[in-house]
Design a protein around this ligand. Structure first.
Ligand code: GLN
Length: 245
């Protein structure tokens, strides 16, 4: 099957090994006999609900976020419709913040958000930098975080996981990321998917379900020895030196 990926603003939001995350999707799909077709969705392109099975929004610093925020906010309605229509989505760091209601900068400046995820983000003084380990429904997830934004989930919103080590959404709640339908937003990068193959496969299965109109398929296991080692190293780093406020 062809999995249609809509990669939002690859020329702007790309600092956290985001292309590497896409490469992981492509390889893991190919090993199961599927093909990834990646379309860049830039400033002049529209989001067309139903046209993509998986959306990807990468990370960027405040500067790049400012450059795309307004344009992305204009794409809010079709993006929300797409996700409510069953498309999968992964948003990392700056992209995660932009999918909430907005981002308030350190000097009070307000960046508009998409309003898909039930959360908002406010910049804090101290950056939260370090390795992170989460416990989630998809098993342990390990990565690296680097953000000044504190992300606050609305009551009842579903986080991606519980922080075992590291800062997470706001350094206080003990939670990280957010899930809604087939969408996941997270601060974890560095890169995220090579060392968290189960998360990559969950998203691919959701994308395939959108493509086929059926249930998410069981994807056959892959060897994943290097992936497991990469996750173990990252998890250990988080345990021994994950950030605390
Ligand atoms: N605006 C984000 C922040 O909280 C972007 C993340 C980043 O630049 N590392 O800092």
């Amino acid at each position: 099957m062809i999995i249609r990926v809509g990669h939002l603003y690859p020329d702007y939001l790309n600092i956290y090994a985001d292309r590497g995350n896409i490469a992981v999707f492509a390889l893991r799909a190919a090993r199961r006999g599927h093909e990834l077709r990646v379309d860049a969705i830039g400033m002049d392109d529209s989001v067309v609900p139903g046209a993509h099975d998986l959306y990807y929004v990468g990370g960027g610093q405040d500067r790049e976020q400012w450059l795309v925020a307004e344009n992305l906010a204009h794409k809010a309605q079709p993006l929300i419709e797409a996700v409510h229509g069953g498309a999968a989505l992964l948003a990392v760091c700056g992209g995660y913040q932009l999918l909430g209601r907005g981002y308030k900068g350190f000097h009070g400046e307000e960046m508009p958000g998409v309003g898909l995820l039930p959360l908002e983000t406010v910049a804090g003084e101290r950056r939260m930098i370090g390795d992170v380990l989460l416990e989630t429904d998809l098993g342990p997830i390990a990565g690296f975080e680097n953000h000044a934004g504190r992300t606050y989930l609305d009551e009842g919103a579903e986080p991606l996981g519980r922080v075992v080590s590291g800062f997470g959404n706001d350094g206080e709640s003990g939670y990280e990321g957010c899930r809604l339908l087939r969408a996941i937003g997270t601060y974890l990068h560095g890169p995220l998917l090579p060392r968290n193959p189960r998360l990559a496969d969950w998203l691919l299965a959701q994308a395939l379900a959108h493509r086929s109109g059926g249930e998410p398929p069981e994807l056959g296991a892959l060897p994943d020895e290097l992936e497991a080692q990469a996750q173990a190293v990252s998890a250990e780093r988080a345990r021994s030196r994950g950030g605390k406020l």
